[in-house]
Ligand binder design. Structure first.
Ligand code: HEC
Ligand code: HEC
Length: 321
């Protein structure tokens, strides 16, 4: 099957979803631009010693997170201090990174390329490497009209590939669209109610995050990561992190900004018995969350309806060798 033939050229907003934050008005979406972004995403030559690609830390089978890695592993096996977040539905994001330190999808790729513990390369060297490669030159021409390689075009092609990574085909989505065979079981319905009462304020439908920065009461560890305050320098933002989506949790473990939890059970135990009081703890969580064992099981059944297997297996997002 010709993978290219199935590539769409339009960005489709799933039924019932809000308008995306980034919609390609200043970045004409094309098959060629998407393919260029995909090629770069999987290309280790974007790192200093040609060993690490974006795909090393953002693996499709893991919802484009890095499975089994509490914190990311980059060049020379160096460790970062944060968990690689999954990558999907990025065009709805209002900011990027756990602390929201990057405010535009097109500015995002420069950060890992230049980060000394991630890819440790300069944009100038990336441009030189790609310019020296005839395949890239022809791909830049196909995407942008001529063979010029520059950081702006690199950023735009990345945004075309990453933005197209949409996950909207979980059982939950099919149920919402009324598709055949997607009716919720009684347990999933019960879990949906538990979710609405306890989690929906921050993990809001249909993206399962409102992209707000909150302190959900995680006790500090050895790394004193101040979260949002790292960017705003405001004490009111201490230990607040961008609320992650609850979609695709089956694939994206471990959880939280530092990957401290390996299972949903550990996450739920945190919310019921582990919340640490502090001045910036979110009001919603100041009394903790009370869940019976049955409510926990029901909630887990509902969370399972948010796993989108079609997305993690979608050949469109795979490396083309
Ligand atoms: C060494 C591992 C590593 C590599 C390589 C890497 N990333 Fe990441 N990525 C991370 C980590 C860790 C974060 C979170 C960083 C933070 O919050 O400070 C992140 C965050 C992101 C985000 C923001 C997601 C969100 O929810 O806010 C995007 C988008 C992203 N990376 C894309 C890329 C692209 C594109 C590349 C290649 C140019 C890349 N990454 C290379 C580890 C990596
Ligand atoms: C007050 C807002 C708020 C409420 C309510 C809330 N969360 Fe969270 N949740 C967060 C924030 C913020 C994070 C990220 C914290 C971090 O990493 O430091 C998070 C992280 C998570 C994660 C980790 C996801 C990942 O990709 O790492 C899961 C799972 C989760 N929450 C599930 C739930 C469930 C289930 C409920 C309801 C029982 C709930 N949350 C209630 C704000 C909230």
């Amino acid at each position: 099957m010709d993978v290219k033939a199935e590539l769409p050229l339009a960005f489709n907003v799933p039924q019932g979803w809000p308008s995306p934050n980034y919609n390609y008005t200043n970045n004409q979406l094309s098959k060629a631009g998407f393919e260029l972004g995909r090629k770069m995403f999987y290309d280790a030559r974007l790192s200093k010693d040609n060993t690490i690609s974006c795909g090393s830390c953002h693996q499709q089978f893991s919802g484009f997170a890095q499975i089994d890695h509490p914190v990311s592993h980059g060049i020379n096996d160096l460790l970062g201090n944060r968990n690689s977040p999954p990558l999907f539905n990025l065009n709805w994001h209002t900011s990027f990174m756990w602390d929201g330190g990057i405010n535009h999808i097109e500015n995002q790729p420069i950060a890992p390329i230049q980060n000394p513990v991630e890819m440790d390369e300069t944009m100038a060297n990336v441009v030189t490497k790609l310019q020296g490669d005839a395949t890239y030159r022809s791909m830049f021409k196909a995407a942008f009209g001529d063979e010029t390689v520059n950081s702006q075009r690199i950023a735009k092609a990345f945004a075309q590939f990453m933005g197209m990574i949409v996950s909207s085909n979980a059982k939950y989505d099919k149920y919402k669209r009324g598709e055949a065979g997607s009716a919720f079981t009684q347990q999933e319905m019960n879990g949906y109610d538990v979710y609405k009462q306890n989690c929906a304020t921050c993990h809001t439908e249909p993206l399962f995050t409102d992209f707000s920065f909150r302190n959900n009461g995680l006790p500090p560890t050895g790394v004193n990561d101040s979260g949002r305050a790292h960017i705003t320098l405001a004490s009111a933002d201490l230990y607040k992190f961008k609320t992650p989506s609850l979609r695709n949790l089956k694939y994206t473990w471990p959880y939280m900004h530092d990957g401290r939890f390996n299972s949903i059970d550990q996450v739920l135990n945190h919310y019921t018995t582990g919340i640490m009081q502090s001045p910036t703890l979110d009001n919603k969580l100041s009394g903790g969350i009370t869940l019976t064992d049955k409510q926990k099981e029901d909630l887990k059944a509902f969370l399972n309806t948010l796993n989108d297997e079609e997305f993690v297996k979608n050949t469109m997002f795979q490396e083309v060798k």
